[in-house]
Ligand binder design. Structure first.
Ligand SMILES: NC(=O)c1ccc[n+]([C@@H]2O[C@H](COP(=O)([O-])OP(=O)(O)OC[C@H]3O[C@@H](n4cnc5c(N)ncnc54)[C@H](OP(=O)(O)O)[C@@H]3O)[C@@H](O)[C@H]2O)c1
Length: 434
């Protein structure tokens, strides 16, 4: 049977991973589809420096992405360039030529996914993006097909492998954030500029996409309250363990009576929860539905081969749909806001909190902190101080009963007036309901 032809633009980690899978798994792919996938064109700016396996001898090699999009017999364009500039031009140009697109681009889809989806529907093409979130976990297929009959109420995720690796290494070895980050950079696991990962922005883009898919809303990254992991220390894990918790960068989208509360932030989670078992560079997504209750998905969040599998599986699905004469068989990325899922401020979220303080020792500190909390009607649950703490630099912890984020922020603002802190207090939610 005639092949479905694909053009691949961007030959970095994901592009090469995709080519590897396509070459090494070509026979199985053809058997599963009933026809082969043929790589018709390949593009990267320094294509001349790349050595390709013989499987791709017949493919057009070019430095200009337009050559790929304009090749008349390319049916599907894989955008594996990244960023929001050229990548968006590629997607729009392909749609303009009536060609379906597969992308791994979380940044682009988080910022402009709903618009690009409208464009794709209008152009009667397919736009597939499984690799954009949690590379090796087929979570888009789950949300758009597997559990699409349910009404999702909550979605939790650990969506950044670098952050999860750093946190679990701080926990395992009691080393500092800076030490582990440096090691991860030297080993190539973390970017030279780590901000997108450790400040939570990468997770935020991924949560925006998943929440849009799960709740059918147009959600953009700025709807999501975001905090990174730079302030987490080994002492925080010591206290968390004392409380039978651990710490992860938790991405959360929860339906409340007033709307959808979205956040990416380091949080204390019970040691007994399934999310606490997610260690190292792994990702996980936990979805709770009104009818189907809890489902959990776990796997590699990145890497050339896991992400390459996601891209190839998308290529196969789109190829199958092209052959079947259907531009798009599953529900769209996001529909018009239904209102009940409209994002609302994280200040409305209610939770117990872990408050960690580093202070210069002097009498009356606890009383002043208690006064600031009481002024916001916040009840103290426990005051904890580990016995080996250095008396000149005293990290101690107060946990408080469930209260609103607004009240905690107001109490922190009162505390900011006090003059005994070595560093500003750290407030982390304690996710006891997980
Ligand atoms: N890395 C992962 O594990 C992972 C996981 C999930 C999703 N993603 C997403 O996948 C996408 C690609 O990531 P990556 O890690 O593969 O990035 P990468 O290693 O930087 O690769 C990007 C590729 O695009 C090419 N490129 C850049 N600008 C171009 C242009 N104007 N024309 C043609 N080619 C161009 C680059 O090669 P030249 O410099 O030779 O042009 C390079 O081959 C991103 O959207 C990323 O967020 C990555």
């Amino acid at each position: 049977m005639d092949p479905v032809n694909i053009g691949i633009i961007g030959l970095g980690n994901v592009g090469w991973g995709t080519l590897d899978v396509l070459a090494e798994n070509a026979r199985d792919i053809a058997l599963k589809l009933g026809f082969p996938l043929r790589v018709r064109g390949l593009c990267s700016r320094n294509i001349a420096a790349k050595k390709f396996p013989a499987d791709f001898d017949c493919a057009l090699k070019t430095t200009d992405w337009r050559d790929i999009v304009n090749l008349p017999d390319v049916h599907i364009v894989a955008e594996l360039v990244g960023g929001t500039g050229v990548a968006r031009e590629i997607v729009e140009a392909a749609a303009g030529c009536g060609k379906s697109v597969v992308t791994a681009n979380k940044e682009l889809m988080a910022q402009a996914g709903a618009d690009l989806w409208d464009r794709a529907i209008a152009s009667r093409i397919n736009l597939a993006m499984e690799a954009s979130v949690a590379g090796g976990i087929p979570i888009h297929a789950v949300l758009r097909e597997g559990i699409s009959g349910d009404r999702i109420t909550t979605l939790y995720g650990i969506l950044n492998g670098t952050c999860n690796y750093i946190l679990t290494e701080i926990e395992r070895r009691r080393a500092s954030f800076e030490e582990i980050l440096k090691e991860a950079q030297e080993a190539g696991y973390a970017e030279a500029d780590p901000s997108a990962d450790v400040d939570g922005y990468d997770s935020r883009s991924k949560l925006a996409i998943l929440a849009a898919l799960a709740f059918g809303e147009r959600i953009v990254p700025s709807d999501i309250y975001t905090e990174g992991i730079r302030r987490i220390t080994p002492v925080d894990f010591d206290y968390a363990h004392l409380l039978h918790h651990t710490i992860r960068l938790v991405c959360a989208a929860r339906q409340s009576p007033a709307g959808l509360i979205l956040s990416v932030r380091p949080s204390l989670i019970p040691e007994t929860t399934i999310l606490a078992g997610v260690r190292g560079a792994y990702n996980a997504v936990w979805v709770r539905g009104k009818f189907g209750a809890d489902t959990f998905y776990y796997g590699r969040g990145a890497g050339p081969h896991p992400t390459g599998v996601a891209v190839v599986s998308d290529l196969m699905r789109v190829a199958r749909e092209i052959r079947g004469g259907s531009p798009e068989r599953v529900s769209p990325f996001a529909h018009a806001r239904l209102g009940e899922y409209e994002p609302i401020s994280v200040t409305l979220h209610e939770s117990a909190y872990y408050l960690r303080f580093r202070v210069e020792d002097r009498p009356g500190i606890i009383a002043q902190l208690a006064t600031a909390l009481a002024a916001e009607s916040i009840s103290i649950d426990a005051v904890l101080q580990l016995p080996d703490a250095n008396w000149r630099d005293l990290p101690f912890v107060i946990t408080v009963e469930p209260t609103s984020e607004a009240s905690i922020r107001a109490a922190m603002a009162r505390m900011a007036e006090l003059n005994f802190f070595i560093e500003p207090p750290l407030a982390l939610p304690m996710e006891r309901s997980l």
